[in-house]
Design a protein around this ligand. Structure first.
Ligand SMILES: C[S@@+](CC[C@H](N)C(=O)[O-])C[C@H]1O[C@@H](n2cnc3c(N)ncnc32)[C@H](O)[C@@H]1O
Length: 396
């Protein structure tokens, strides 16, 4: 058991919800971009490739104040944590935590040079990896082999008097996510909209799916959520969509996935189906989780407030009718993780009322500890017309 840090992604509440659901543990401390948990570091590393919301995982070794920092990174015991592949060490430094306390990249490079000098005195050559932007990206860390051949030293500024020092143990596999997103044969942005695989993975984790789970996406589009559920090892995935072309695309995409991954034992069931209508092929109380991004309205939503209001009402109906229908097939206390749209009319934010949808369909909003943030969780990328809200519901 040790203290492990998680550097989280651009949507902190979602990442925190994912970590909370996975480890069911309150953190020892958190900052805007970091969470510290007392767990086995191997457990942290093992889970990283399945956690879309975490960028880096590492081991914490010390907590110091500003005055002690310089000396702490010169101690012989500090160097014991460097990778041991022989030859030259390759090192870099990243700082996280309270933005106003972070040293500029120049100062971090200065600290790196001091470490380099100290190690040279001990007869060990060092290559220092620097960047004009702090922190070092996962791409820089992995391309320069910092973890294997030296260290990414991580300083986390919780406050002036509490700076946590650690070493990165693993970074998110950016190439694997990119391949899963852009390598697929069927990517139809116009008719379906595309959910990034990382977000799909976070949603599945927040739904608490495990290898034993039966997971359903009743608005499956090109099948991103089903794909990620299969990669998490879920034993059965059920996908449906009212558009037969979407089902064809999902079939093609999952066939492509099989070429890269061993999915032999998983059961996949796909059908063209309106999510509001009963599913005669499904048994009552048989599904562990519904994870879905339903129809979110047109890709270019109207600007007019009255029209947006109509769209909100129309989608509220679609979502509540579908959830009410799906409720029958869900196990008691099963989770539904559902994306809702949120629009900005220029004057105000307009979005479906999740409380109303939940109560109309027999669900309640899941509770999260205060440090996680507010359910539903916002996911919005610059330049997108529609923001996404990720809502976590429980079958009441
Ligand atoms: C936002 S897309 C899903 C995208 C999917 N998550 C992906 O990444 O490929 C919404 C899907 O809902 C489907 N849809 C719309 N109304 C539906 C209904 N009443 N029942 C089932 N599917 C519906 C559309 O055909 C579309 O494929």
């Amino acid at each position: 058991m040790g203290r492990v840090f998680f550097i989280i992604g651009r949507f902190p509440s979602l990442s925190r919800a994912e970590i909370w659901t996975k480890f069911s543990q309150n953190p020892s401390w958190i900052s805007s971009d970091t969470i510290a948990l007392d767990i086995d570091s191997e457990l942290g590393v093992k889970n990283l490739h399945q956690m879309g919301g975490t960028i880096k995982v590492g081991q914490l070794i010390d907590t110091v104040n500003q005055d002690e920092l310089r000396q702490a990174v010169m101690e012989p015991k500090f160097f014991e944590h460097f990778g041991r592949s022989g030859g030259r060490y390759i090192i870099g430094i990243s700082a996280y935590g309270q933005k106003e306390l972070l040293p500029p990249p120049r100062q971090l490079a200065g600290m790196g040079l001091n470490i380099k000098k100290e190690l040279r005195k001990k007869g060990r050559a060092v290559r220092l990896v620097t960047s004009r932007i702090n922190p070092l990206s996962s791409v820089i860390v992995s391309k320069n082999k910092l973890i294997e051949r030296g260290a990414e030293i991580v300083l986390i500024y919780e406050s002036k008097n509490r700076i946590h020092i650690g070493f990165t143990l693993a970074v998110q596999n950016f190439e694997a996510y990119g391949h899963r997103d852009y390598g697929r044969p069927k990517r139809d942005m116009r008719s379906q909209g595309m959910i990034p695989p990382k977000l799909a993975q976070i949603m599945l984790n927040v739904a608490n799916v495990t290898k034993d789970s039966v997971v359903m996406d009743p608005f499956c589009g090109g099948g991103t959520i089903l794909q990620e559920a299969l990669l998490l090892g879920c034993r059965q995935v059920i996908g449906s969509d009212s558009n037969p072309q979407a089902i064809e695309d999902t079939k093609n995409n999952l066939r492509w996935l099989r070429a890269y991954h061993e999915l032999a034992s998983a059961r996949i069931e796909l059908s063209t189906h309106d999510a509001r209508k009963p599913f005669p092929q499904l048994a009552p109380d048989s599904i562990d989780a519904v994870v879905t991004e339903p129809y979110l309205g047109p890709l270019r939503p109207p600007k007019d407030e009255a029209q947006l209001g109509n769209l909100r009402d129309e989608l509220t109906q679609l979502y509540s009718q579908s959830l009410k229908n799906l409720r029958t097939y869900l196990k008691p206390a099963a989770r539904v993780v559902l994306i809702l749209p949120s629009w900005h009319s220029g004057r105000e934010i307009i979005q479906p009322d999740i409380q109303k949808i939940a109560s109309l369909s027999g669900f309640s909003l899941s509770n999260f500890p205060d440090w996680v943030g507010h359910n539903p969780f916002l996911y919005h990328r610059e330049g997108q017309n529609v923001a996404r809200l990720v809502a976590v519901l429980i079958r009441a």
